[in-house]
Design a protein around this ligand. Structure first.
Ligand SMILES: Nc1ncnc2c1ncn2[C@@H]1O[C@H](COP(=O)(O)OP(=O)(O)OP(=O)(O)O)[C@@H](O)[C@H]1O
Ligand SMILES: [Mg+2]
Length: 382
């Protein structure tokens, strides 16, 4: 079985620290170049710029902005960096944090203050007099804190500092597209969702960075397939799944397809509301072959718990054997038709990685029981 092996410097921080920045940010070169170029121009010609980074929640906005701030800025520009996560913080908390952090960058003690205006004045004075120009990131901008961001963006222009505002697509539309509001920004960088193979690379790398013994490639692929199919290819959801698997794996437990299904249950609950008995009952009306195909399919997955897929070739062989056992005529076209039905009814799924690989969302035992009982019933009726 092919394994995704851990790297020597692995640590579970890569799963449990929401501000973790991997050594390499995969498949964001174009966006990062745009961002880096914009800030480079602003540094060369000595003006401040404000960028908005946006995308659907979970696509990797935080890591993108933090990668730029913690890896590229120190490498390319001689600047202070200040990151504030504004989520669930009120104006006072955000300004205090800005104030603390700019003072820390400047190595200056702060005077304790609890008054908003006093804090802002302190912050403004230190930011303006700073020995280096600063890049500020405000993560999670929304309606409740857009005023703070706007104020910071305006100040930055005055003092030739720069800002990066990070917000999800929903807030982006609300705050930038409504006539009443007016976000101050020069550029925007939209982060797209990843393709199947890009997401696979990201999950694979994160497994290498964090899992004590690695995981099999099939398991990594299965997680990716489920998240692409059911949760818009969000890397965040794959990390959530890995977080759920990590304690099992670190205790030495083998990660099988059941563990992955339960680790991704949050995104597939709607599908589990399906009454499989009902669906299988309907599709199997006098359709002996479809039940047989499903039976063979599930038998294999039940037998090989760590396998998450069955390829069409293996499935065909199993069906041929089953047909012989039962004395049923084996017609290849019928098998294809049955598989099409099962795929169409969302009982069986094709891997986004290869159409040749098939998987299920439901535990195979459940599907197997349904298939066998309806097939016996059909046989009785005949
Ligand atoms: N290109 C990438 N390369 C490596 N890891 C990535 C990449 N994109 C996202 N990730 C990882 O995916 C996870 C989610 O990313 P992040 O927290 O940045 O999402 P977000 O868009 O800020 O989500 P939220 O809506 O919760 O703010 C993180 O663990 C992050 O490190
Ligand atoms: Mg975020």
């Amino acid at each position: 079985m092919k394994m995704v092996r851990p790297q020597p410097n692995r640590s579970s921080r890569g799963l449990f620290d929401p501000y973790y920045v991997p050594d390499k940010l995969l498949h964001r070169d174009r966006e990062m170049d745009t961002m880096n170029g914009a800030y480079k121009d602003s540094f060369d010609d000595e003006y401040g710029i404000n960028c908005l980074v946006h995308g659907i929640s979970g696509v990797g906005m935080t890591v993108f902005s933090r990668y730029f701030l913690t890896k590229l800025v120190p490498q390319n520009f001689n600047a202070h960096t200040v990151y504030v996560d504004a989520k669930h913080k009120d104006t006072l908390e955000i300004i205090s944090e800005l104030n603390d952090k700019i003072h820390r960058e400047e190595n200056k003690p702060i005077t304790v203050a609890f008054d908003l205006d006093v804090l802002w004045m302190q912050f403004k004075r230190t930011a303006t007099g700073a020995k280096k120009r600063t890049v500020f990131v405000i993560d999670n901008i929304d309606e409740t804190n857009e005023e703070v961001y706007k104020k910071l963006a305006r100040l930055s222009k005055e003092i030739k500092a720069s800002t990066i505002g990070v917000l999800n697509s929903h807030d982006y539309r609300m705050l930038t597209k409504l006539p009443a509001t007016h976000m101050s920004y020069d550029h925007e960088i939209a982060l797209d969702t990843y393709t199947q193979s890009q997401l696979y690379d990201i999950v694979r790398m994160r497994v290498e960075d964090t899992f004590p013994l690695g995981l099999t490639e099939e398991i990594v692929r299965y997680i990716t397939d489920l998240v692409v199919e059911f949760d818009a290819s969000k890397p965040k959801t794959t990390v959530e799944a890995l977080k759920a698997l990590w304690p099992l794996a670190s205790r030495g437990q083998e990660i099988d397809s059941d563990s992955v299904r339960s680790a991704t249950a949050a995104i597939t609950t709607f599908a589990h509301d399906n009454d499989y008995m009902d669906i299988i009952d309907t599709i199997s009306l006098n359709d002996f072959m479809t039940l047989l195909v499903l039976e063979a399919f599930c038998e294999h997955l039940m037998h090989y718990k760590t396998e998450t897929y069955i390829d069409r070739g293996t499935l065909n062989e199993l069906i041929v054997i089953k047909c012989e056992e039962l004395g049923v005529k084996h017609v290849p076209q019928d098998i294809d038709k049955s598989l099409q039905t099962l795929i169409f009814q969302s009982i069986v799924f094709e891997s986004g990685y290869s159409q040749n690989l098939l998987y299920t969302l439901a535990p195979p035992e459940i599907l197997y029981d349904a298939a066998v009982s309806f097939r016996r019933e059909l046989a009785r009726r005949k």
